[in-house]
Design a protein around this ligand. Structure first.
Ligand SMILES: Nc1ncnc2c1ncn2[C@@H]1O[C@H](COP(=O)(O)OP(=O)(O)OP(=O)(O)O)[C@@H](O)[C@H]1O
Ligand SMILES: [Mg+2]
Length: 319
């Protein structure tokens, strides 16, 4: 079947990797990514994100199960699979002996472009990725954000059907992170299928059409960020600041706020997770004051993917 007819461009069936020594890094993973999606693999350090991306991009041999990119089995046909994917690995793999433009040019030549096409594509990508003024410098002199943009430019130069990015914004300053998000957004608008791994929940939330949350190599949940956040059954987390015995305030609020699903005293505040926010804020102030607490501040935030992760695993995404 031609690639353009395939709708599920990444498929894994019971995909498993056990490293020598016995670490079960990926454990029976079933995924399916649709054409044109930005799909996020979200999980904490050691969850198995890089190993999953590694198997899908032919760098890691699966122990069992199946992985298909563009309908091609990556174990049986690794060379064909490599033609349909572009990869931005977790570490900088630019060729330090080459200039910025040469890193692109020789990638194009390696993928079979003739000299004039490779030259034209190099200059087009340098413009698109705002690197034209750096064309002739050595890659060592690029900032982290520029190096990352060059890695993305190189990864899409042979026009792969699927782009893989492993922790694309790790270590970037906020401005470079936003610049890279913009570029990924533009590629998405052009129809590029993108799979990225991240442990930044805001990144997964902001960029991805759908997110798979994984931990210990297992899929915990897979849905749109919106659905995932709704699935925890919480409307908001209310943070109450007050003077006095906060454990006692937590008990008071737990007993008097009927919409509360859990209440805890942490870091000089009381956190109240509520099913329904409507009417809760005045009720908190009233219950606190009735019991002798003066509330000095009150704020509410909507659930995040972090909330989802905590509700699935009982632990936080960051270590
Ligand atoms: N080559 C290897 N040999 C043995 N164990 C490995 C190897 N690579 C990874 N692991 C182990 O497999 C598990 C998953 O690692 P992996 O790198 O896939 O996680 P990750 O989600 O990408 O983590 P990070 O967020 O730190 O990049 C970890 O326990 C890791 O120590
Ligand atoms: Mg990793």
């Amino acid at each position: 079947m031609p690639l353009s007819d395939i709708d599920e461009v990444i498929v894994t069936n019971s995909l498993t990797k056990v490293y020598p020594g016995g670490v079960r890094a990926v454990d029976g993973l079933d995924l399916s990514v649709r054409r044109g999606e930005i799909f996020g693999l979200l999980g904490p350090n050691g969850a198995g994100k890089t190993t999953t991306a590694g198997m899908l991009t032919t760098r890691v041999i699966p122990t069992s199960g199946e992985a298909l990119v563009g309908g091609i089995d990556v174990v049986r046909h690794p060379t064909a699979a490599k033609q349909v994917i572009g990869v931005v690995p977790q570490t900088n793999t630019l060729d330090r002996a080459l200039s910025v433009s040469e890193n692109l040019y020789f990638h194009g030549r390696y993928f079979g472009m003739n000299k004039s096409t490779a030259r034209a594509e190099t200059s087009r990508l340098l413009d698109q990725f705002r690197l034209a003024d750096r064309a002739d410098v050595v890659v060592d002199s690029l900032s982290g954000g520029m190096a990352q943009r060059l890695m993305v430019a190189r990864a899409i130069m042979h026009r792969p059907a699927i782009l893989f990015l492993d922790e694309p914004t790790a270590g970037l300053d906020p401005q470079s992170r936003i610049a890279l998000w913009d570029i990924l957004g533009e590629l998405h608008v052009d129809g590029q299928t993108i799979l990225l791994t991240t442990h930044y929940m805001e990144e997964a939330d902001a960029l991805c059409n759908r997110v798979a949350i994984i931990d210990h190599g297992k899929l915990l949940a897979l849905d749109t960020p919106r659905q995932l956040k709704q699935s925890v059954g919480i409307d908001a987390m209310v943070t109450v600041t007050a003077a006095g015995d906060l454990d006692q305030l937590a008990t008071v609020l737990g007993e008097s706020i009927s919409a509360a699903t859990s209440v805890e005293a942490v870091d000089g505040h009381v956190r109240v997770w509520v099913r329904q926010l409507s009417g809760v804020l005045p009720a908190i102030i009233e219950a606190a004051e009735r019991n002798g607490f003066a509330v000095s501040d009150l704020s509410s935030t909507e659930p995040t993917l972090e909330t989802v992760f905590i509700s699935l695993t009982g632990k936080e995404l960051r270590e």
